[in-house]
Design a protein around this ligand. Structure first.
Ligand code: PRT
Ligand code: ZN
Length: 289
């Protein structure tokens, strides 16, 4: 019997983030050596290495149990195929960018009504149409499969809807970002009817463990007993700290806690102002609750 499978991008902007996540989850894949289907060495899972555009369809028609793809590609597929039931189980916080409207840098933008009657080029016609419908805009959608950013120079369109990261590609083509229509990141998804299976849940637990830890910090400090309530108020996400006695000290505690957010220097300064000493903030590798 073949084991559970995860479709991932073979080569491209998602590859490094996907492989790094899988490694941190303890799912080291074997060397592909040209294979399309590659088993993991330490987990009962096969990786299917394919083009990102094929990932939603491969999961929808059951050739893979789950997939990792950019939310842009998944959303476009869902809008184009409303009968399929795909479900995002986890946002993966890598390959972040945005799907934005852009136009000539000299264009005097006056809100979405500026799009009325215009031509807009994109590789995401369904996402664009949905945006235009939501905003009651009648505009012509020009579908292009690549190099969307040169469409205005070629006279093919007035505006574009495309992925933007640093904005450099827009700038070099005389365009400027006008409006972010969707924030994009890599997502882990499956079919609706498949999302509760033990294999998928076990994988999801691993992703949660690594991503939860990625955003969490373990904080340790020694602090005066009188400051405990105030320290709990200041330090973010810390409802139930562990409070330990200090040998030979009646006036102070050792306080240990997990923070679900970045601890900023300002927070450390406030803690020190409350009398906290020897404050340590350390990364957490894995978490399971
Ligand atoms: O070969 P295959 O079909 O598998 O890959 P692909 O060429 O279709 O996709 P790929 O590898 O380029 O991108 C895969 C996914 O990465 C996208 O679907 C997004 O979810 C995500 N991603 C994150 C990006 C970017 N950032 C990004 N910056 N995809 C594309 N870009 C483009 C952007 O459109 C621009 O043209 O990169 C260019 C540089 O961006 P700037 O703004 O930094 O100049
Ligand atoms: Zn692609």
């Amino acid at each position: 019997m073949s084991q559970s499978s995860l479709a991932i991008q073979k080569k491209g902007r998602l590859s490094a983030g996907t492989l790094s996540l899988l490694e941190r989850c303890g799912l080291s894949p074997e060397e592909p050596n040209g294979r399309l289907r590659v088993p993991c060495q330490t987990f009962p899972l096969d990786l299917l290495l394919i083009r990102d555009d094929d990932i939603p369809n491969t999961v929808a028609n059951g050739r893979s149990d789950s997939g990792i793809v950019g939310s842009n590609v998944l959303r476009e597929y869902q809008l184009a195929n409303p009968q399929t039931r795909l479900k995002v189980l986890k946002n993966l916080a890598f390959a972040r960018c945005r799907l934005s409207l852009a136009g000539p840098k000299e264009f005097a933008w006056q809100g979405v009504n500026s799009l009325q009657g215009k031509k807009i080029a994109t590789s995401y016609p369904h996402i664009l149409t949905s945006f235009l419908n939501r905003n009651d805009i009648e505009a012509e959608v020009i579908e292009l499969s690549g190099s969307v950013e040169i469409a205005p120079q070629l006279g093919l369109s007035d505006f574009i809807l495309d992925l933007v990261s640093s904005g450099e590609t827009l700038r070099t083509n005389g365009l400027r970002e006008i409006l972010a229509v969707e924030e994009i990141e890599a997502v882990f998804f499956t079919r609706d009817d498949n999302s509760d299976t033990p294999d998928i849940q076990r994988l999801l637990d691993r992703f949660r463990g690594v991503l939860g830890a990625q955003n969490s910090r373990y904080i340790m400090m020694n602090a005066p007993k009188s400051s405990l309530a105030e320290i709990q108020r200041i330090a973010p996400g810390l409802s139930a700290p562990t409070v330990l006695p200090l040998a030979g000290r009646d006036d102070s505690y050792a306080i240990h806690m997990v923070a679900q957010e970045t601890i900023f220097w300002e927070t450390l300064e406030k803690l020190r102002a409350l009398g906290a000493k020897d404050i340590l903030v350390v990364p957490i590798e894995k978490m399971m609750s």
